[in-house]
Design a protein. Structure first.
Length: 272
């Protein structure tokens, strides 16, 4: 990651991945992003203890703590760049209640029902044992608790995996990326015990669109259409209304088979 940050041509990728320093500035940028604002809508009126699984640099831990949760950040990597040392430094500098634990997601060192919320950002597709990890996240949630697993790579068929990995900009650096079919995620979550699983599709949720927003994606679509049929004012007017553009995205999803497209999942544990 240090090498990546030192490449001038990778600057935008570093910013989009929140790998830039100072870390507290990157974390604050995530906190005010359209992605986190969409996540926080699901967390509205929820309080208590939150577990950030696969916390990385701690940007989501920071956002959860800023939102009023007492946060436990779980991360197996001890490094000062994208691991527990970075999270501890961030928590100290921001003076936020973030406890840091070095461990893997497949064996959570917590009691049953310890958390009100479990959050996992781009974590499930890295799991060596997806079923065990989902069971563990279900186990440590209190009855009535919520798991939010966001930005998970999806493939339509196993043959697409190689194509996805070949085009992934970070896989060439550390070789840790993966992707599953959509049913593999929902099946593992359902088998773990989650009865209410909301699936957020790639083109309709700001969580999956980031670093795009609905507005910037609309502008990009207008530019692309204008290059094909050069009447930009027409395209701008035709797609000016958010409801119209959202309807267009909804239709486009039926034809969206990009290897590695992003889905998110909001899962509820039944009340006692």
């Amino acid at each position: 990651m240090v090498w990546l940050r030192n490449q001038p041509d990778k600057r935008q990728l570093v910013l989009d991945a929140f790998y830039d320093d100072p870390l507290i500035d990157a974390a604050e940028r995530y906190f005010v992003s359209a992605e986190w604002q969409a996540v926080s809508n699901f967390l509205e009126h929820r309080t208590g203890k939150a577990l950030d699984v696969g916390a990385g640099r701690g940007i989501a831990s920071y956002a959860l703590a800023r939102s009023g949760f007492a946060v436990t950040a779980l991360e197996p990597d001890p490094s000062a760049v994208v691991g527990t040392a970075a999270i501890r430094r961030l928590a100290a500098e921001a003076r936020l209640p973030i406890e840091v634990v070095e461990e893997f997601s497949e064996r959570l060192p917590f009691a049953d029902g310890a958390f009100n919320v479990v959050f996992a950002r781009a974590v499930l597709h890295h799991m060596r044992d997806l079923d065990s990890a989902c069971r563990e996240m279900f186990r440590v949630l209190r009855p009535g608790g919520m798991l939010i697993a966001v930005r998970e790579h999806v493939i339509s068929k196993e043959a697409d995996l190689g194509k996805f990995l070949d085009q992934h900009p970070l896989h060439h650096l550390y070789g840790a990326e993966h992707a599953y079919p959509l049913g593999r995620y929902t099946g593992a979550l359902g088998d773990a015990g989650f009865a209410d699983i909301e699936v957020l599709a790639p083109l309709r949720s700001p969580i999956n669109l980031f670093p795009h927003t609905i507005e910037t994606l609309r502008a990009a679509v207008v530019e692309r259409l204008a290059r094909t049929i050069p009447v930009k004012p027409f395209w701008s007017a035709a797609l000016a209304y958010r409801s119209v553009f959202r309807s267009l995205l909804s239709m486009a999803e039926h034809f969206d088979h990009r290897p590695g497209r992003l889905y998110s999942f909001v899962c509820h544990k039944a009340p006692a």
